[in-house]
Ligand binder design. Structure first.
Ligand SMILES: [Zn+2]
Length: 475
């Protein structure tokens, strides 16, 4: 992670402005609920569970659910059903981005509802929001029911969590209690949390059956975090250290530090961490990590954007116009702060990130797809497809990469009975592709239609959504 990002990550939860959040609900689409039946005929289904492509099949969707799947001719299609010709096309489950930000708590800006169209147009029908607060959670609940009712075109927010740091271990535990009372689905921890507070957070969260996910604190080893019950490591936090032959010494130098002092020590050590990458050490660690069940959300696309952020002229990117103007300003400021030193570190980090993911995957460590959208250079929705390609470049098969954005998140979030694959009874969150994604992962971008809780959005609808997104003005 680049230096300014570390600072950003380290910031504490600020109370969200309720007035701004309520104002944002004016952005709810006024579309009519659509409970008609839709039949996708003669389509090939990518069975992410079974691991193969089956078909041709006819898939009948009714009331937002997959009502039946069968050989063409074997499924009775109601006369009133809308028909979609699936011949030569491929149906995959709606994609999930496991690391996004829908709220701007630090900068006190309104929520990132401008990004909804970008997710949906890219087939991202579910997201895990990584940082909210009590007021934001109320808004998430309204978004969820509006999506289910067909009133809002947005990805379903599958989970949202509250970041806890605390001024003392006791205060950290109280922060967990407050997050539970606010209805958080998980507790998020950041890199700057002192290990004493972190242990108090884990203990309190365990007593409330709340998952703890996020960054592994910079003074804790990845294996310790995994063995202590932190369910994810995001952005490969502490994985670089765990793959260094000097991990012991590096972490020793961080003991007793917290907050800014800890982050600046970690920053100053980063070149050394990358320089001492050791494949054998990494392999041994990954083997041990695989037995813990901890899941990695490497957000490779974030590291990738890092390596060219300095030179990238976002104004030339056709997606730039889709960002809300205040977000464009944020990206521009970020790029202006990006130093040559940041770029040098990013170039060192990038190949190592790939090698770590590859080693972890070979060792059987579970991996989920996430992007950290909308970090500068990381375009919501679009970035998930880039992440899938980067996972394939790190050794996952296209099917495994698809699973990392469908079935694995569903299992992780305990919603496998309603999400994560194309199966009867599940929510009709689906993506219809013009080409086979198991042959070439880039084909996930060849989107013919998206179905959101049973609501069909054809290519022309998706293009219209994006055009409308480009018209969003300053909040
Ligand atoms: Zn994040």
């Amino acid at each position: 992670m680049r230096a300014p990002y570390r600072k950003w990550m380290a910031s504490l939860v600020m109370p969200g402005a309720l007035a701004m959040l309520l104002g944002a609900t004016a952005a709810l689409g006024a579309a009519e609920p659509d409970h008609r039946a839709v039949a996708i005929t003669n389509v090939m289904i990518v069975d992410v569970d079974g691991g193969h492509t089956v078909g041709p099949r006819t898939v009948l969707v009714e009331d937002g659910r997959i009502a039946s799947i069968g050989a063409p001719g074997a499924v009775r299609i109601p006369d009133s059903a809308q028909r979609v010709d699936g011949r030569g096309r491929f149906l995959i489950p709606g994609l999930t981005d496991m690391h996004v930000h829908l709220f701007n708590l630090s900068s006190h800006r309104p929520p990132n509802d401008w990004s909804f169209a970008m997710y949906v147009a890219n087939g991202v029908t579910g997201v895990r929001d990584m940082r909210s607060d009590a007021a934001s959670i109320l808004l998430v609940k309204r978004w969820r029911s509006a999506v289910d009712n067909g009133e809002l075109v947005a990805p379903r927010v599958l989970a949202t969590g509250i970041a806890v740091h605390g001024k003392s271990p006791g205060d950290a535990a109280a922060g967990v209690d407050a997050a539970a009372a606010a209805g958080a689905d998980f507790i998020k921890v950041f890199s700057d949390v002192p290990s004493t507070h972190w242990r108090a957070i884990l203990a309190e969260a365990r007593s409330r059956s709340l998952p703890v996910v996020g960054h592994v604190p910079a003074s804790v080893t990845l294996l310790d975090a995994a063995n202590s019950g932190q369910l994810t490591s995001e952005h490969l936090t502490q994985a670089y250290e765990a793959c260094s032959s000097a991990e012991g010494k590096i972490l020793e130098e961080r003991q007793g530090l917290s907050d800014d002092a800890l982050m600046s020590r970690a920053s100053s050590q980063e070149a050394k961490v990358l320089d001492t990458f050791d494949q054998a050490v990494c392999r041994r660690m990954a083997k041990a990590l695989a037995t813990t069940g901890q899941v990695q959300v490497p957000t490779l696309v974030l590291a990738d954007e890092d390596s060219f952020a300095q030179s990238a002229d976002h104004g030339d990117d056709s997606r730039w116009r889709l960002l809300r103007p205040d977000e464009q300003v944020r990206w521009q400021r970020f790029l202006a702060d990006y130093t040559k030193e940041d770029a040098t570190l990013a170039d060192l980090r990038w190949p190592i990130a790939h090698r770590i993911v590859s080693i972890m995957h070979q060792a059987g460590v579970p991996i989920m797809a996430g992007t950290d959208s909308p970090m500068p250079g990381v375009y919501p929705g679009f970035a998930l497809h880039e992440e899938l390609q980067l996972l394939v470049a790190s050794g996952l098969t296209p099917l495994e990469a698809l699973r990392a954005a469908t079935l694995e998140p569903a299992r992780f979030l305990h919603i496998e009975d309603t999400s994560g694959s194309v199966a009867v009874g599940k929510r009709a969150d689906l993506v219809l592709l013009d080409a086979d994604p198991t042959k070439d992962i880039r084909n996930t971008q060849r989107i013919r239609a998206v179905m959101l809780a049973g609501r069909l959005l054809k290519r022309s609808d998706l293009d219209a959504l994006l055009n409308d997104a480009a018209k969003v003005k300053h909040p």
